[in-house]
Design a protein around this ligand. Sequence first.
Ligand code: G1P
Length: 291
Amino acid sequence: MPAPIRKAVFPVAGLGTRFLPATKAVPKEMLTVVDRPIIQYVVDEAREAGIEHFIFVTGRNKHVIADHFDMAFELEQTLRDRGKQEALDLLEEIRPAPGTASFTRQQEPLGLGHAVWCAREMIGNEPFAVLLPDVLVKAGRGCLGQMIDAYEKTGRNIIAVEEVPEDQTHHYGVIDIEGEGRNGLYEVRGMVEKPKPGTAPSNLIITGRYILQPEVFGFLENQETGAGGEIQLTDALLKLMETQGMSGLAFEGKTYDCGSKIGFLAANVAYALGRPDLGDEFRATLKDLLS
Ligand code: G1P
């Protein structure tokens, strides 16, 4: 059995300029899908996969993320006084146990690779997960849970991958694969971050979930900038692959890229339709709107 994946990193330092003015004072990770912030879905996915320690790499103006995962003492006392048990249970359910959420700041916006590297002291010398909060995956068993299942069988570095239309690949990291793939698991033989249109090695993109060995930190240290002038996680993974195997898991589930307005809107519709308490009424409202 490979070493368990106990810790997950959530890089939440991005400025969210695509969602201004909404993100002027509110972090993009706190924008709501139905009635909970985007980051909540991603943390829930990690918790369901068995993650025990949640590490947030934040930036300035992101303190409400820490507030969201803290106890809201006055609010909870008021709810208790008023006998609002359901609301209290909801808050308790989403709150990490004391001491299991940690926060560090990425002092400069130098890229995703740099953000992950900022978590190195908190991770230490053990394999870990990275979840990008822009990406929501709606699935039976959560995306990270599916990856951990694959990790437990293989002990390898694993990245979540999915097919996109060829004209979309330049927005993402794209993998090159060897052979056919078995049970949704592909042997990764290369990857490129934001390839120029028409040059991608495949149409399998990196979805924003990773299980990585701690050696990746050595490659992130003193790393040169790559695509977009940023320190890219993808470039460090390429180096990691020279000494360790890497698999791409084509997971089951539907992805919503909440970094784009259309993806964010689609997530709101899909998650609302899937909610037992809202789905039917919302479906009728949507039909009405579309008619
Ligand atoms: C990041 C990664 C990229 C991945 C994408 C998924 O890019 O660098 O490899 O495909 O997330 O959303 P970003 O969206 O931060 O530009």
